[in-house]
Ligand binder design. Structure first.
Ligand SMILES: [Zn+2]
Length: 303
């Protein structure tokens, strides 16, 4: 099944807030949420978390990486749930300590507000991004206990960024991949988002393919279950190879001119696409990074 609406996914697992920038909630003795979406949706996430947990509070917020659309509401969670522990990779923690990074995260969160305007209206108060402390760093192989029969296992999945973590709950066969696999749009196209390194990104996906998976919670828009979860992993791998070939070909045709390649790819995979999309400034920044990764890799292969 492919799920694109917020609400219950399976017993004890929920997609909350806005399917384009969701927060996932894993219930248990020590409830956990995964990622923290946009700042402007903070109060909406809190409202929906409370609807599930009642008087109880989430004990962990596991961050997948340091991008603005995954950490936006952390300070709002800390305000409402004072005991919550924020978990990230050590690399992401370093990013959150840099004033320049904080300024950019704040600016991009602000710029995203028009995109989710309808969801914002329903929540009342709208907050800006504020800086926050990471309480716990996590690395490959770390295991955190949620309940007697539920653990969160940390997988390092660099490639989209260097600080990416994915989370696997083996007892329930749930994979919170976040952005380590591609991002699918409503037409079924999968954006391969290797912003720092193609091979790292591909290897990170391959590392997760053998994990027995009943549910994959992705970064944006979709949750895949059962056969669709297995297909999505394989489709992300092949989309990634196809995108590499396309960029290599276009770089050849345009004599390495990144701006020209950017326009051709944007026309093919972004312009006129329906459904929830990455905001254009963020898409263009990321697209330039993806093309640069391929260009650099082509240079290295030649040497
Ligand atoms: Zn990202």
């Amino acid at each position: 099944m492919i799920i694109n609406k917020t609400g219950k996914i399976i017993d004890g697992l929920f997609m909350l807030g806005h399917s384009g920038v969701p927060v996932y909630l894993l219930d248990g003795d020590r409830p956990a949420i995964f990622d923290a979406g946009f700042s402007c949706l903070g109060e909406l996430y809190v409202k929906e978390i409370r609807k599930v947990l009642g008087e109880r509070e989430p004990e962990f917020c596991f961050l997948s990486h340091s991008h603005f659309d995954h950490c936006g509401a952390v300070s709002i969670f800390k305000k409402h749930f004072p005991g919550i522990k924020i978990v990230s990779s050590a690399k992401a923690k370093k990013v959150f300590e840099r004033p320049n990074a904080i300024a950019l995260i704040k600016q991009l969160n602000k710029a995203s507000e028009p995109q989710v305007h309808d969801s914002m209206i329903s929540q009342g108060e709208v907050n800006d991004f504020s800086r926050f402390e990471v309480d716990l760093t996590a690395k490959q192989g770390d295991v955190l206990t949620i309940s007697d029969n539920t653990t969160v296992n940390v997988i390092e999945t660099p490639g989209h960024t260097r600080d990416c973590l994915s989370y696997y709950i083996p007892e329930k066969k749930i994979l919170i991949s976040s952005e380590a696999f591609g991002v699918q749009d409503v037409t079924g196209h999968i954006y391969s988002d290797f912003l720092v390194d193609y091979d790292l990104y591909y290897n990170s996906m391959e590392k997760m393919v053998p994990l027995e998976t009943r549910v994959i919670c992705t970064a944006h828009a979709f949750v895949f279950t059962e056969k669709d979860a297995v297909d999505y992993k394989l489709n992300s791998l092949s989309a990634c190879k196809t995108f590499l070939k396309l960029v290599e070909r276009l770089l050849g045709e345009e004599n390495g001119d990144i701006e020209k390649v950017k326009l051709r790819i944007k026309a093919a995979e972004y312009d006129g696409k329906p459904g929830f999309k990455q905001p254009e400034p963020a898409y263009l920044l990321n697209l330039a990074a993806r093309i640069n990764v391929v260009k650099k890799r082509m240079g290295e292969k030649k040497e």
